[in-house]
Design a protein. Structure first.
Length: 364
């Protein structure tokens, strides 16, 4: 028999709330092979990420990848690890805390912000359970991916749905699909580039590097490629760049299958061989700096460019926990919470509800 989870100590005078769930990809709990192996086992087993028949993929994942890759990835994590742990997790927590504070001052009813990772900790299940115990009746999910992809945004939906299907009292649910062309997102990126230029000078070329996905995913209907190009086009226009001053590329490919092109590493090698005097690299698909930006872009690809003969190389950080990022999230919350503003009742109304419930036999 199926058992559904409910609120442990529900009271009829309880003040309900709207839950805001920020979800990013995830990170290992420690920069060790064992911890990385656990993380990769969860991440790479998601069928949204790897669309290969499960029996075949299980053999590849457990027979090859999880035997050899964790040590290499752990070494990469060690190069970016901080006193606060994973940069992705530490910065995400800071952003969530700031958003909670700002929303508490501006929204007319109670809003609770929780952070979750699609893979690893804090898990979606843990974050949603926390919100449920706080009286959540409405849930807004914000996947921290500006551009939609089935490999990321849709996987967040899967994770949330998997948890909620075991609940007795399911909240009203809304989920933000993307924000790749949101004016505050584009402005935030442009301002970060301008700030960099003010201190470091403008490079000959601005390279916008997005995370890659297999080409066949897009040919099957994933809009990711188009949304990345729109983001890049809008950012270039906001900065007033001509076509020779910027370029788009895709990073982080693995395996032998063709991914979206052009590839970031090959692009930077080519620019280095052309003796480009300077390049600025920004990663508009990453809301928070992580392994793929801090190690792959700022370390690995820097070395590729410089070794090939390139000049000055600069990485421009993600929006992270900046005020621009918080302003963007507040605007997204405001737009997508419309119709929920009057959801919370007054203390007197809740107490009246409790009295009626007790008159009909409820304990509290």
């Amino acid at each position: 028999m199926t058992t559904y989870t409910g609120t442990a100590e529900y009271r009829h005078d309880q003040d309900d709330c709207t839950g805001i769930l920020l979800v990013n990809l995830g990170t290992t709990e420690a920069p060790t092979p064992a911890a990385v192996r656990r993380y990769l086992a969860e991440f790479l087993w998601d069928p949204r990420v790897i669309e290969i028949p499960r029996p075949l993929w299980w053999l590849i994942l457990h027979g090859v990848i999880l035997r050899f890759r964790p040590s290499k990835v752990a070494h990469a994590y060690q190069s970016i690890w901080t006193e606060q742990g994973s940069p992705l997790l530490a910065i995400s927590r800071s952003l969530a805390d700031t958003l909670q504070k700002d929303l508490g001052e501006q929204v007319h009813h109670r809003v609770e912000v929780e952070l979750a990772m699609r893979y690893g900790q804090p898990s979606i299940e843990k974050a949603l359970s926390t919100l449920r115990e706080r009286g959540m009746r409405r849930l807004l999910v914000i996947p921290m991916y500006p551009q939609y992809s089935a490999t990321t945004t849709a996987s967040v939906f899967d994770g949330v749905a998997q948890v909620l299907q075991g609940w007795r009292w399911v909240p009203e649910l809304r989920m933000i699909q993307n924000y790749h062309d949101h004016p505050l997102y584009i402005k935030g990126l442009a301002d970060s580039v301008r700030t960099h230029w003010e201190s470091q000078g403008q490079a000959e070329k601005l390279l916008m590097s997005f995370h890659g996905i297999p080409k066949r995913y897009c040919l099957s209907g994933d809009p990711y490629f188009c949304e990345c190009h729109k983001t890049a086009r809008l950012l270039a226009a906001e900065l007033g760049l001509n076509e020779s001053q910027w370029q788009l590329s895709f990073q982080s490919r693995v395996g032998r299958e063709e991914w979206l092109k052009p590839y970031t590493d090959k692009t930077l090698e080519a620019l280095g061989r052309e003796k480009l005097q300077s390049v600025d690299v920004i990663c508009p698909g990453f809301s928070i700096d992580c392994l793929e930006t801090l190690e792959e872009i700022d370390m690995q690809n820097r070395e590729l460019f410089e070794s090939a003969g390139g000049g000055r190389y600069s990485y421009i950080p993600a929006l992270n926990d900046s005020s621009a990022h918080t302003a963007l999230l507040k605007d997204l919350v405001g737009v997508h919470m419309q119709g929920w503003e009057g959801a919370t009742s007054s203390l007197e109304q809740r107490q009246a509800t409790q009295r009626r419930a007790q008159a009909m036999g409820a304990d509290h």
